[in-house]
Design a protein around this ligand. Structure first.
Ligand code: PLP
Length: 423
């Protein structure tokens, strides 16, 4: 028996947050893991920043409310509960990939006598792998020898034992893994893998791009070394919004690999001294002036999450949404040639559901034409990403009904078969 979506919506404690978002008219938006939608609250905090720029000019650095000078710190304090970390360990700055470069530049020691291998995985978002490769080259090491990518057995997921075995190799110095695999939506066991890494003397960093805002983290409890993420996916901070990084306090005091004037102690920054006088905490990893206009919407977005009961409430709704999609997919989509590639166990599931289908590309185009926004990942994945704050169970049911209808009527077959890979 499949659950009734209307009854689920009625019982949903987060249902009222849907009205807080600008939902694209006539669309069922299931792409919040690529670009989250704008909320009214983020619109307000962004508009306020623009207004203060208009009226205050440079005085906004100190007189805007909240002041721009410490806006990144204000946001870090609001974001801390999502990561299970202290605000001083968080820095909202740069971009996801640039932050990975900064963390590698700060933590990786290429001259280590025995450990010179960087560990990644074969499924990670390619930008992370490009960063690892180019970082090694920059430090005079050859990625062919010094980058090791843990392979996937099925091309979709990573096996815990494979990761643990790779972490145990005596030449690995630092590992970078995704908390949630961006294609299949597999959630890795961050706590256990962090433990494995720590036990072997390996530094471990997590790419939380696909997990932050969908899955709770306890980075401090787990004892990881660092993390980085984007704020424009589940956190709805807007296209190209400022990125984030987390540095465990045990690394405080290290010189930043990429130094800049904004990493100087706040009270010494405007002394503009020739010597870099490092800021306390993760703030030392800031390179330049904070991205005020993309921090601003993040503040509104985080405010809304706090009101909704925080990340635990979001995770509960997110799991219920993906559970609903899963149950339907098994019963109704499997007979139509779809395979669920997201792991079924709640503890191994991120925020989206990935379906494999040989005609995935055409189905995604046909879905968009039918008013449903999924996304496609080559070669054969349809990702459905229900957002806990603005997607209803009725949306999910309707999206599935349209998908079934498309396949049954073969309506997708009139769309071009070759992907034009733009998103
Ligand atoms: C989205 C995403 C990124 C994005 O990197 P940017 O530098 O923000 O463009 C990086 N890594 C992963 C795993 C992602 O999902």
């Amino acid at each position: 028996m499949l659950a009734d979506p209307v009854a689920l919506d009625r019982a949903d404690p987060l249902a009222r947050f849907r009205a807080e978002f600008f939902l694209p008219p006539g669309q069922i938006y299931l792409d919040g893991n690529s670009l989250g939608l704008l909320s009214r609250r983020a619109d307000v905090t962004l508009t306020r920043a623009v207004e203060q720029w208009r009226t205050l000019g440079i005085a906004g650095w100190t007189e805007a409310r909240p002041p721009w000078l410490t806006l990144a710190e204000t946001a870090a304090a609001q974001l801390a509960p999502l990561l299970g970390a202290a605000p001083a360990e968080i820095c909202l700055t740069g971009q996801t990939t640039a932050n990975l470069h900064q963390l590698l530049a700060t933590l990786f020691e290429p001259a280590h006598p025995t450990r010179r291998v960087l560990l990644g995985d074969a499924l990670n978002f390619p930008s992370d792998t490009y960063a690892l490769q180019s970082h090694l080259r920059l430090r005079g090491l050859d990625p062919a020898t010094h980058l090791r990518l843990v392979p996937s057995r099925d091309g979709r997921t990573l096996a815990f034992d494979d990761l643990a075995t790779a972490l145990a190799a005596p030449d690995v110095q630092l590992a970078v893994l995704p908390a949630v695999v961006f294609t299949s939506g597999q959630l890795l066991d961050v706590a256990a893998l962090t433990r494995e890494a720590r036990a072997r003397g390996v530094l471990i960093g997590w790419d939380c791009s696909h997990s932050i805002g969908a899955v709770p983290h306890a980075l401090e409890r787990d004892g990881a070394d660092f993390a980085f993420w984007c704020n424009y996916k589940w956190l709805n901070a807007g296209p190209g919004a400022v990125g984030g990084l987390w540095l465990n306090r045990r690394h405080f005091g290290r010189a930043p690999g990429l130094a800049g004037w904004w990493g100087v102690r706040a009270d010494r920054r405007f002394a503009l001294a020739p010597e870099h006088d490092p800021a306390a905490g993760a703030a030392v990893l800031q390179v330049g002036t904070p991205h005020i206009l993309s921090l601003a919407p993040l503040l509104g977005s985080l405010e809304l999450i706090a009101e909704a009961g925080g990340i635990a409430a979001l995770r509960a709704k997110s799991l219920a949404l993906t559970e609903f999609l899963l149950a339907h997919a098994d019963l109704e989509l499997a007979p139509l040639g779809f395979t669920v590639v997201t792991p079924r166990a709640a503890a191994m599931r991120g925020g989206h559901l990935a379906l494999a289908h040989p005609d995935a590309w055409r189905l995604c185009q046909a879905l968009k034409a039918a008013g449903v926004v999924p996304d496609f990942r080559a070669p054969d994945l349809i990702r459905l990403a229900p957002s806990p704050l603005y997607t209803s169970f009725t949306d999910c049911a309707e999206a599935l009904a349209r998908l079934k209808h498309l396949v049954r009527t073969r309506a997708h077959e009139k769309f071009p078969a070759t992907p034009t890979l733009v998103t």
